[in-house]
Design a protein around this ligand. Structure first.
Ligand code: SF4
Length: 317
């Protein structure tokens, strides 16, 4: 629980939220003071789905980066979706413009295209199906064939190839998340020496060398669930530090240690309580997420295909 000015700001936001009938979503990588006042905290797709189920809210404020808010807007066309900071963009999503995917399709005619949810809506229009870091191997297996065009994260692609035996052609050739490639095997080795009784969890956007030395590989939601349900009590967490904040707050009686405390996504951290307050007060036009209808329709088809292919229609987020 925060105090002083931060607490006052949180209370004001909670009042404005009621008044505007708003629903606030915060990604796992948001700062703790934002996570605390959010109606839901989770990964991008979990949050977009939660928003879909909330029929009553008039507006959604999505505290994350651009592609996540776009996905929420695509899945919730009847609601206005606002971002606290329109300049909070994911550099990895920007590595995969629509033209690169279209060109790869021309070069590899007939090969299915599986794109990670961490792409902009324009790129999603070129995909046969979307995947998350949690269900990527399952979706690639279900789409069929002996190879796929996969992007933009090369490390997630290598993980998929290893898990499924299906050849992955990366699009672009070397897409990556600058936060997850900060982790090196020697960071993990050092943390293991300091905490020999801890379980090491890492994200599949980390390099194969880092995945190799981990005990558990999974998306943020998979790590969260594993830590909550596992009999182990201490965890070294190899992803953006925001997830550690959430686990410490919500999973009582267990210990969470960041594998690398400088693993901070500065793009995610552009959001702040003050910016959320401004959005609720003024609803600035530039903070409203706009996806052209034709783009939204095509992107939605590839997202819905994922829901269809996922086990019993449920996404394992
Ligand atoms: S953590 Fe990586 S993938 Fe996520 S928003 Fe930041 S740069 Fe993009």
């Amino acid at each position: 629980m925060f105090r002083g000015r931060t607490r006052k700001l949180q209370e004001e936001i909670l009042r404005l939220k009621e008044k505007e009938n708003a629903f606030i979503l915060a990604h796992n990588y948001q700062v703790p003071e934002i996570q605390e006042i959010a109606d839901a905290v989770g990964d991008s797709l979990e949050l977009a789905r939660i928003a879909q189920k909330n029929r009553d809210a008039d507006i959604i404020v999505f505290s994350a980066v651009d592609f996540m808010a776009e996905t929420a807007a695509i899945l919730n066309p009847d609601k206005e979706v606002y971002v606290p900071d329109p300049t909070a963009k994911c550099p990895m999503a920007l590595m995969c413009p629509r033209e690169i995917v279209a060109e790869a399709k021309r070069m590899h005619n007939g090969v299915p295209v599986v794109l990670y949810v961490n792409t902009l809506a324009e790129a999603k229009t070129e995909a046969d199906v979307i995947c998350t870091s949690a269900n990527a191997p399952e979706i690639v297996e279900k789409i069929g064939g002996d190879k796929v065009l996969f992007g933009p994260d090369k490390n997630l692609g290598l993980y998929v190839e290893k898990m499924t035996g299906i050849k992955v052609i990366p699009v672009p050739e070397d897409g990556y998340c600058y936060v997850h490639v900060m982790f090196k095997p020697h960071h993990i080795a050092m943390m293991r020496r300091r905490h020999p009784d801890a379980v090491v969890m890492v994200h599949p956007e980390c390099t194969p060398e880092v995945q190799e030395v981990a005990d558990f590989i999974g998306s943020t939601s998979q790590m969260y669930r594993y830590a909550r349900e596992s009999e182990h009590e201490k965890f070294i967490v190899g992803t953006e530090v925001g997830l550690v904040d959430r686990m410490r707050r919500e999973i009582k009686g267990k210990t969470f240690i960041p594998a690398l405390s400088k693993a901070v996504c500065k793009n995610m951290k552009k959001n702040s309580l003050e910016k959320i307050r401004q959005v609720l007060l003024k609803k600035p036009h530039e903070n409203l997420v706009k996806v052209p209808e034709d783009v939204a329709d095509k992107a939605k088809r590839s997202i819905e295909r994922m829901f269809e292919l996922s086990e019993k229609g449920k996404v394992r987020g």
